[in-house]
Ligand binder design. Structure first.
Ligand SMILES: C[C@@]1(CC(=O)O)c2cc3[nH]c(cc4nc(cc5[nH]c(cc(n2)[C@H]1CCC(=O)O)[C@@](C)(CC(=O)O)[C@@H]5CCC(=O)O)C(CC(=O)O)=C4CCC(=O)O)c(CCC(=O)O)c3CC(=O)O
Ligand SMILES: NC(=O)C1=CN([C@@H]2O[C@H](COP(=O)(O)OP(=O)(O)OC[C@H]3O[C@@H](n4cnc5c(N)ncnc54)[C@H](O)[C@@H]3O)[C@@H](O)[C@H]2O)C=CC1
Length: 200
Protein backbone atom coordinates (compact mmCIF):
# COMPACT_ATOMS: atom_id res chain seq x y z
CA UNK A 1 0.00 0.00 0.00
CA UNK A 2 1.31 3.44 -0.83
CA UNK A 3 1.77 6.22 1.67
CA UNK A 4 -1.40 8.35 1.71
CA UNK A 5 -0.73 10.30 4.91
CA UNK A 6 -0.95 14.08 4.70
CA UNK A 7 0.91 15.89 7.52
CA UNK A 8 -0.59 18.99 9.14
CA UNK A 9 0.34 20.99 12.27
CA UNK A 10 -2.67 21.68 14.45
CA UNK A 11 -3.18 24.70 16.73
CA UNK A 12 -4.56 22.49 19.48
CA UNK A 13 -5.02 25.56 21.69
CA UNK A 14 -7.81 26.63 19.29
CA UNK A 15 -9.54 23.24 19.42
CA UNK A 16 -11.31 21.06 21.96
CA UNK A 17 -9.88 17.56 22.22
CA UNK A 18 -11.73 14.66 23.82
CA UNK A 19 -9.57 11.86 25.25
CA UNK A 20 -11.38 8.66 26.25
CA UNK A 21 -9.49 6.37 28.62
CA UNK A 22 -7.35 6.93 31.69
CA UNK A 23 -4.73 4.17 31.69
CA UNK A 24 -1.09 4.09 30.68
CA UNK A 25 -1.78 4.55 26.97
CA UNK A 26 -4.06 7.54 27.68
CA UNK A 27 -1.26 9.04 29.79
CA UNK A 28 1.16 8.70 26.85
CA UNK A 29 -1.26 10.43 24.47
CA UNK A 30 -2.03 13.16 27.02
CA UNK A 31 1.68 13.76 27.55
CA UNK A 32 2.26 14.05 23.80
CA UNK A 33 -0.68 16.46 23.38
CA UNK A 34 0.24 18.77 26.27
CA UNK A 35 4.02 18.77 25.89
CA UNK A 36 3.48 20.15 22.42
CA UNK A 37 0.47 22.30 23.13
CA UNK A 38 0.43 23.23 26.84
CA UNK A 39 -2.71 25.35 26.42
CA UNK A 40 -4.69 22.71 24.56
CA UNK A 41 -8.15 22.29 25.99
CA UNK A 42 -8.51 18.58 26.63
CA UNK A 43 -11.40 16.72 28.25
CA UNK A 44 -10.49 13.32 29.67
CA UNK A 45 -13.34 10.84 30.19
CA UNK A 46 -12.53 7.48 31.80
CA UNK A 47 -14.24 4.96 34.02
CA UNK A 48 -10.98 4.56 35.93
CA UNK A 49 -8.00 6.88 36.06
CA UNK A 50 -4.52 5.84 37.11
CA UNK A 51 -3.02 8.26 39.69
CA UNK A 52 -0.33 9.33 37.19
CA UNK A 53 -3.00 10.87 34.94
CA UNK A 54 -4.43 12.88 37.83
CA UNK A 55 -0.94 14.00 38.87
CA UNK A 56 0.01 14.97 35.31
CA UNK A 57 -3.05 17.14 34.63
CA UNK A 58 -2.55 19.18 37.83
CA UNK A 59 -0.13 21.43 35.96
CA UNK A 60 -2.56 22.05 33.10
CA UNK A 61 -5.61 24.19 33.96
CA UNK A 62 -7.00 23.72 30.43
CA UNK A 63 -7.51 19.98 31.07
CA UNK A 64 -10.78 18.71 32.57
CA UNK A 65 -11.09 15.20 33.95
CA UNK A 66 -14.29 13.17 34.37
CA UNK A 67 -14.21 9.78 36.07
CA UNK A 68 -17.23 8.11 34.45
CA UNK A 69 -18.22 6.10 31.39
CA UNK A 70 -18.11 7.69 27.95
CA UNK A 71 -21.39 9.13 26.74
CA UNK A 72 -22.24 10.06 23.12
CA UNK A 73 -22.94 13.64 24.25
CA UNK A 74 -19.21 13.95 25.08
CA UNK A 75 -18.74 14.31 21.33
CA UNK A 76 -20.97 17.39 21.22
CA UNK A 77 -18.19 19.52 22.68
CA UNK A 78 -15.28 18.07 20.73
CA UNK A 79 -13.41 19.05 17.58
CA UNK A 80 -10.97 16.15 17.74
CA UNK A 81 -11.20 12.71 19.39
CA UNK A 82 -8.45 10.49 20.79
CA UNK A 83 -9.43 7.10 22.22
CA UNK A 84 -7.24 4.98 24.49
CA UNK A 85 -9.76 2.56 25.97
CA UNK A 86 -9.34 -1.18 26.44
CA UNK A 87 -12.78 -1.98 25.04
CA UNK A 88 -12.87 -2.80 21.30
CA UNK A 89 -16.67 -2.38 21.15
CA UNK A 90 -16.43 1.07 22.71
CA UNK A 91 -13.64 1.96 20.27
CA UNK A 92 -15.76 0.92 17.28
CA UNK A 93 -18.80 2.78 18.66
CA UNK A 94 -16.89 6.04 19.24
CA UNK A 95 -15.37 5.72 15.78
CA UNK A 96 -18.85 5.40 14.22
CA UNK A 97 -20.35 8.28 16.21
CA UNK A 98 -17.36 10.52 15.48
CA UNK A 99 -17.64 9.95 11.74
CA UNK A 100 -21.39 10.75 11.87
CA UNK A 101 -20.43 14.11 13.38
CA UNK A 102 -17.51 14.58 10.98
CA UNK A 103 -15.03 14.63 13.85
CA UNK A 104 -11.50 13.41 13.24
CA UNK A 105 -10.54 10.47 15.42
CA UNK A 106 -7.43 8.59 16.55
CA UNK A 107 -7.83 5.25 18.28
CA UNK A 108 -4.48 4.43 19.87
CA UNK A 109 -2.82 1.45 18.28
CA UNK A 110 -5.82 0.77 15.99
CA UNK A 111 -4.81 2.09 12.54
CA UNK A 112 -8.06 0.91 10.88
CA UNK A 113 -10.08 3.12 13.21
CA UNK A 114 -7.87 6.22 12.79
CA UNK A 115 -8.45 9.25 10.56
CA UNK A 116 -5.07 10.53 11.72
CA UNK A 117 -2.02 9.01 13.40
CA UNK A 118 0.11 10.56 16.07
CA UNK A 119 3.78 10.82 15.14
CA UNK A 120 7.15 11.08 16.81
CA UNK A 121 8.06 14.70 17.37
CA UNK A 122 11.34 16.62 17.31
CA UNK A 123 11.20 20.15 18.71
CA UNK A 124 14.00 22.72 18.56
CA UNK A 125 12.36 25.96 19.64
CA UNK A 126 10.25 27.09 16.69
CA UNK A 127 11.26 24.14 14.55
CA UNK A 128 9.02 21.12 14.86
CA UNK A 129 9.32 17.93 12.85
CA UNK A 130 6.63 15.27 12.77
CA UNK A 131 7.76 11.75 11.89
CA UNK A 132 5.61 8.92 10.60
CA UNK A 133 6.44 5.53 9.18
CA UNK A 134 2.97 5.11 7.64
CA UNK A 135 2.16 2.90 10.61
CA UNK A 136 4.90 0.40 9.67
CA UNK A 137 7.10 0.86 12.72
CA UNK A 138 6.40 3.40 15.47
CA UNK A 139 9.61 2.20 17.10
CA UNK A 140 11.59 3.28 14.02
CA UNK A 141 9.82 6.66 14.17
CA UNK A 142 10.98 6.96 17.78
CA UNK A 143 14.59 6.06 16.85
CA UNK A 144 14.64 8.54 13.94
CA UNK A 145 13.34 11.18 16.37
CA UNK A 146 16.25 10.48 18.74
CA UNK A 147 18.73 10.60 15.86
CA UNK A 148 17.42 13.96 14.59
CA UNK A 149 17.15 15.36 18.09
CA UNK A 150 20.87 14.68 18.61
CA UNK A 151 22.03 15.86 15.19
CA UNK A 152 20.08 19.13 14.83
CA UNK A 153 21.75 21.79 17.01
CA UNK A 154 19.61 23.83 19.44
CA UNK A 155 21.10 26.97 17.81
CA UNK A 156 18.84 26.39 14.80
CA UNK A 157 16.22 28.33 16.74
CA UNK A 158 18.48 31.41 16.86
CA UNK A 159 18.88 31.22 13.09
CA UNK A 160 15.12 31.03 12.69
CA UNK A 161 14.73 34.12 14.90
CA UNK A 162 17.20 36.09 12.75
CA UNK A 163 15.48 34.98 9.57
CA UNK A 164 12.13 36.00 11.01
CA UNK A 165 13.44 39.49 11.92
CA UNK A 166 14.96 39.85 8.46
CA UNK A 167 11.65 38.82 6.93
CA UNK A 168 9.83 41.52 8.91
CA UNK A 169 12.32 44.16 7.80
CA UNK A 170 11.93 43.40 4.13
CA UNK A 171 9.67 45.63 2.10
CA UNK A 172 7.96 44.96 -1.20
CA UNK A 173 5.63 42.31 -2.48
CA UNK A 174 5.86 38.58 -1.94
CA UNK A 175 8.12 37.95 -4.96
CA UNK A 176 10.55 40.69 -3.84
CA UNK A 177 10.66 39.24 -0.33
CA UNK A 178 11.39 35.72 -1.51
CA UNK A 179 14.06 37.05 -3.89
CA UNK A 180 15.75 39.01 -1.08
CA UNK A 181 15.56 36.17 1.46
CA UNK A 182 17.04 33.83 -1.14
CA UNK A 183 19.80 36.35 -1.96
CA UNK A 184 20.71 36.76 1.73
CA UNK A 185 20.86 33.04 2.41
CA UNK A 186 22.73 32.37 -0.85
CA UNK A 187 25.33 35.07 -0.02
CA UNK A 188 25.93 33.43 3.37
CA UNK A 189 26.53 30.15 1.62
CA UNK A 190 28.89 31.80 -0.90
CA UNK A 191 30.97 33.45 1.83
CA UNK A 192 31.24 30.14 3.68
CA UNK A 193 32.42 28.44 0.49
CA UNK A 194 34.94 31.21 -0.23
CA UNK A 195 36.33 31.63 3.30
CA UNK A 196 35.90 28.07 4.46
CA UNK A 197 33.77 26.90 7.33
CA UNK A 198 35.35 28.53 10.37
CA UNK A 199 32.38 27.70 12.57
CA UNK A 200 31.80 24.48 14.37
C1 LIG B 1 -0.60 3.67 13.45
C2 LIG B 1 -0.29 4.31 14.82
C3 LIG B 1 -1.63 4.83 15.31
C4 LIG B 1 -1.57 5.71 16.55
O1 LIG B 1 -1.55 5.12 17.64
O2 LIG B 1 -1.56 6.96 16.38
C5 LIG B 1 0.34 3.32 15.80
C6 LIG B 1 -0.01 2.01 15.91
C7 LIG B 1 0.55 1.01 16.73
N1 LIG B 1 1.53 1.22 17.66
C8 LIG B 1 1.88 0.01 18.25
C9 LIG B 1 2.89 -0.19 19.22
C10 LIG B 1 3.80 0.76 19.68
N2 LIG B 1 3.69 2.13 19.53
C11 LIG B 1 4.78 2.72 20.08
C12 LIG B 1 5.00 4.13 20.14
C13 LIG B 1 4.39 5.12 19.41
N3 LIG B 1 3.38 4.92 18.50
C14 LIG B 1 3.11 6.06 17.83
C15 LIG B 1 2.23 6.17 16.76
C16 LIG B 1 1.49 5.19 16.10
N4 LIG B 1 1.28 3.94 16.57
C17 LIG B 1 0.78 5.42 14.81
C18 LIG B 1 1.72 5.24 13.61
C19 LIG B 1 2.92 6.18 13.61
C20 LIG B 1 3.75 6.01 12.38
O3 LIG B 1 3.22 6.23 11.26
O4 LIG B 1 4.94 5.67 12.46
C21 LIG B 1 4.01 7.19 18.29
C22 LIG B 1 4.97 7.50 17.15
C23 LIG B 1 3.31 8.46 18.61
C24 LIG B 1 2.33 8.41 19.78
O5 LIG B 1 1.70 7.38 20.05
O6 LIG B 1 2.22 9.47 20.42
C25 LIG B 1 4.73 6.58 19.53
C26 LIG B 1 6.23 6.88 19.68
C27 LIG B 1 6.39 8.24 20.31
C28 LIG B 1 7.80 8.61 20.60
O7 LIG B 1 8.48 9.17 19.73
O8 LIG B 1 8.27 8.38 21.73
C29 LIG B 1 5.63 1.72 20.63
C30 LIG B 1 7.01 1.95 21.23
C31 LIG B 1 7.02 2.58 22.57
O9 LIG B 1 5.96 2.84 23.17
O10 LIG B 1 8.16 2.76 23.04
C32 LIG B 1 5.01 0.48 20.41
C33 LIG B 1 5.51 -0.93 20.83
C34 LIG B 1 6.56 -1.44 19.86
C35 LIG B 1 6.06 -1.68 18.44
O11 LIG B 1 5.08 -2.43 18.24
O12 LIG B 1 6.67 -1.09 17.52
C36 LIG B 1 1.04 -1.01 17.69
C37 LIG B 1 1.09 -2.48 18.05
C38 LIG B 1 0.23 -2.73 19.31
C39 LIG B 1 0.15 -4.18 19.69
O13 LIG B 1 1.12 -4.91 19.49
O14 LIG B 1 -0.93 -4.57 20.19
C40 LIG B 1 0.20 -0.39 16.76
C41 LIG B 1 -0.88 -1.05 15.94
C42 LIG B 1 -0.40 -1.60 14.63
O15 LIG B 1 0.75 -1.39 14.24
O16 LIG B 1 -1.22 -2.29 14.01
N1 LIG C 1 -0.39 -0.64 27.54
C1 LIG C 1 0.26 -1.02 26.50
O1 LIG C 1 1.48 -1.13 26.51
C2 LIG C 1 -0.47 -1.32 25.23
C3 LIG C 1 -1.80 -1.05 25.06
N2 LIG C 1 -2.43 -1.29 23.87
C4 LIG C 1 -3.84 -0.97 23.61
O2 LIG C 1 -4.27 0.20 24.27
C5 LIG C 1 -5.38 -0.11 25.13
C6 LIG C 1 -5.31 0.74 26.39
O3 LIG C 1 -4.15 0.38 27.11
P1 LIG C 1 -3.96 0.78 28.66
O4 LIG C 1 -4.03 2.25 28.80
O5 LIG C 1 -2.77 0.08 29.14
O6 LIG C 1 -5.27 0.09 29.27
P2 LIG C 1 -5.99 0.32 30.65
O7 LIG C 1 -6.84 -0.88 30.88
O8 LIG C 1 -5.00 0.75 31.70
O9 LIG C 1 -6.92 1.60 30.36
C7 LIG C 1 -8.13 1.50 29.69
C8 LIG C 1 -8.92 2.73 30.07
O10 LIG C 1 -10.16 2.73 29.35
C9 LIG C 1 -11.18 3.14 30.25
N3 LIG C 1 -12.50 2.71 29.80
C10 LIG C 1 -12.93 1.46 29.51
N4 LIG C 1 -14.23 1.49 29.17
C11 LIG C 1 -14.62 2.79 29.26
C12 LIG C 1 -15.86 3.47 29.03
N5 LIG C 1 -16.97 2.82 28.64
N6 LIG C 1 -15.90 4.81 29.21
C13 LIG C 1 -14.78 5.49 29.61
N7 LIG C 1 -13.60 4.89 29.83
C14 LIG C 1 -13.54 3.56 29.67
C15 LIG C 1 -10.79 2.49 31.56
O11 LIG C 1 -11.46 3.06 32.66
C16 LIG C 1 -9.29 2.77 31.57
O12 LIG C 1 -9.03 4.06 32.07
C17 LIG C 1 -5.24 -1.61 25.38
O13 LIG C 1 -6.44 -2.22 25.66
C18 LIG C 1 -4.74 -2.09 24.06
O14 LIG C 1 -5.79 -2.21 23.13
C19 LIG C 1 -1.71 -1.83 22.86
C20 LIG C 1 -0.40 -2.11 22.98
C21 LIG C 1 0.34 -1.90 24.17
Amino acid sequence: MDNQLFPIFLQLNHLRTLLVGGGGVALEKLTALLRNSPQASVTVVAKRLIPEVRAFVRDYPSVQVFERAFDDTDLDNADLVVVASNNPFLNAHIRQESRKRHLLINVADKPDLCDFYLGSIVKKGNLKLGISTNGKSPTMAKRIKELLDESIPDEIDETLQYMSELRDLLKGDFTDKVRELNAHTASLLMSKRTHGNTGR
